[in-house]
Design a protein around this ligand. Structure first.
Ligand code: IFM
Length: 456
């Protein structure tokens, strides 16, 4: 075992990932802020001052550089920039510029997300994404943001996981605005596809050169689960196979298919969308889990499908998600075959308050990234979710995704790197997973990293 190494390509981008609402704090005037104050968060918390990144960004960037991290993904909050309809808060823009400049000063590459699920209250009250002016008004905001922040991003993410707010907010009724309608899901997704296409064009028109002197790199951070049928026998098994296909084609295949062809299909709409075809300069992959589609006769209102069950022998995270590293490999290979564009893993991580699973999770997933690169996929970078513990939407603060622990209840909000934060530093320094790193942090991962365990 000693002396083994999985070497990454020279110049591989090693970063961490976050989103505005989940770490900044001081976010009011938004649909999520209202939702939190209506008591809709499972652990009863509200985002409040959150991790106060808004004020402590210098300290956080210092810590990133001390740890040797090379890149950072962050988001901007529309509700901070346009808290009331048509009122632009200059101070918020200036603060974002300071944050971005500080990242530059720390020599950290910047990946900037324009939309990560949160809407200003005034916009939500007009109907959110269902409002007929939704796309036009979103574009007014992004025009300001793209002009103001043009010089900074190495990577632009127009939308984060667009199918999540569409499905959780308009189909499953779990996120604001808590609607339950396939028609709304389709309509909202169609609008998000249009919004992406328009932003792709806007960024290319506005920004001639990125920090590396080349044209800007624009994409979407897409959530891909590795979806498989559970494998029951008889009619239940047939239902599982059919539903697995339906989910794949109604979700990321539907989204990616629309970007590939430039055309919308049911349930997202129909016809061509100007500028949509081929509107990825890179593919952003967010991968966390496998989902096994299991027939359950009791779940009539969910098409008799149980998504949550975990097959025997598979470990799960504190979110209840299946840990399945080869799903990342298959996702990367599928995305590569489909688009033949550079790929960045814009998110991958685990909720684990004690850091007992994270080192192994991280090593085994990175080994699959390495495997995909070896098999020809042009994977250029990896952003671990998350740099620090974050406000995890409906779960509140109880789910800890951070490499760096922050206790929201601690008045000092002290930053304490978990062991995996140091392990990540060592991987970055080596630009490789080595048997020494593995032995030090997660000896149990040997078969899943250097062995054949996950070569499936
Ligand atoms: O915290 C989220 C993030 O906002 C989007 N992707 C998944 C993460 C973990 O659930």
């Amino acid at each position: 075992m000693a002396g083994e190494r999985l070497e990454f390509p020279k110049g591989f981008v090693w970063g961490t990932s976050t989103a505005g609402h989940q770490i900044e704090g001081h976010n009011s005037h938004s649909d999520w802020w209202r939702f939190e104050h209506e008591g809709k968060i499972k652990d009863g918390t509200v985002s409040g001052k959150c991790m106060d990144y808004w004020n402590r960004y210098e300290e956080d960037h210092d810590l990133m550089t001390t740890l040797g991290y090379k890149a950072f993904r962050l988001g901007i909050e529309w509700a901070k920039i346009e808290p009331d309809d048509g009122r632009i808060d200059r101070a918020a823009i200036e603060r974002y510029k300071k944050i971005l400049q500080s990242l530059r000063d720390h020599n950290l590459q910047i990946c900037l997300t324009l939309y990560h699920w949160v809407l200003p209250l005034w916009f939500a009250d007009k109907g959110g994404w269902l409002w007929e002016d939704a796309v036009a008004r979103f574009m007014k905001f992004t025009e300001i943001a793209v002009n103001e922040f043009a010089e900074f991003p190495d990577l632009w993410v127009t939308l984060n996981e667009p199918l999540v707010p569409a499905a959780a907010g308009y189909l499953a009724g779990e996120f604001p605005p808590e609607k339950k309608s396939i028609k709304f899901y389709g309509k909202v997704t169609g609008k998000l596809l249009r919004a992406h296409a328009l932003n792709y064009e806007l960024i290319h028109k506005t920004v001639k050169k990125g920090p590396d002197g080349n044209p800007p790199k624009v994409g979407v951070a897409t959530a891909y689960q590795h979806i498989v049928p559970w494998g029951s026998s008889g009619p239940a098994g047939l239902h599982e196979k059919i539903m697995a296909r339906v989910f794949v084609s109604g979700s990321f295949n539907g989204w990616d298919g629309a970007v590939e062809t430039g055309r919308l299909k049911y349930p997202f709409g129909k016809g061509a969308v100007p500028g949509l075809k081929d509107s990825y300069d890179y593919c952003g992959v967010n991968y966390y889990m496998r989902q096994s589609i299991k027939f359950d006769s009791k779940l009539k209102d969910r098409a008799f499908v149980d998504f949550e069950s975990v097959p025997p022998g598979i470990e799960k995270t504190q979110m209840g998600w299946q840990i399945y590293p080869p799903g990342l490999y298959h996702t990367l290979m599928n995305v590569w075959r489909r688009f033949k564009k550079p790929i960045y893993i814009t998110e991958n991580g685990i909720a684990d308050d004690t850091d007992s699973q994270r080192p192994k999770y991280l090593l085994e997933h990175l080994a699959q990234v390495h495997r995909a690169i070896k098999d020809g996929a042009d994977v250029r970078g990896y952003y671990q979710w998350s740099f620090i513990d974050n406000f995890e939407w409906k779960e509140g603060f109880c789910k800890k995704f951070g490499l760096v622990a922050v206790n929201h209840a601690d008045p000092d909000l002290k930053r304490e790197p978990r062991p995996s934060a140091h392990m990540y530093s060592e991987i970055i320094k080596e630009n490789a997973i080595t048997s020494e790193i593995l032995k030090k942090y997660a000896p149990g991962a040997n078969e899943g990293v250097f062995g054949s365990k996950w070569r499936i």
